[in-house]
Design a protein around this ligand. Structure first.
Ligand code: ZN
Length: 100
């Protein structure tokens, strides 16, 4: 299943680093849920022009459930913003980005 860049040592290192610094699901945190993250997701998809090895701030730590919800929406061609949790988290991230 693992394909580039996920099969590379470089990605594995980056993923471990992200999970060490952001051990909790960032989407769940936005709605006050404490859930350990197991997946590191690109904030900007690689096929949308995102850096495959971006800085940690451009990666999102997600739990299995949030990652699945996001992936399912993308596969259905739906705007994943419709998913309540993700929607909320993305809005907050947008606000955070504006502030930054
Ligand atoms: Zn989550």
């Amino acid at each position: 299943m693992a394909k580039w860049p996920y099969s590379t040592q470089r990605w594995q290192r980056l993923r471990r680093q992200k999970l060490r610094e952001y051990p909790l699901c960032e989407a769940c945190l936005q709605v006050g849920r404490i859930e350990p993250a197991t997946v590191v997701d690109h904030r900007i998809a690689i096929n949308a022009g995102g850096d495959p090895y971006p800085p940690l701030a451009e990666l999102t730590s997600l739990c299995e459930r949030c990652h699945n919800a996001k992936t399912r929406c993308e596969q259905l061609g739906e705007d994943f913003m419709r998913t309540a949790v993700i929607s909320l988290s993305e809005r907050q991230l947008d606000i955070a980005n504006l502030r930054g």
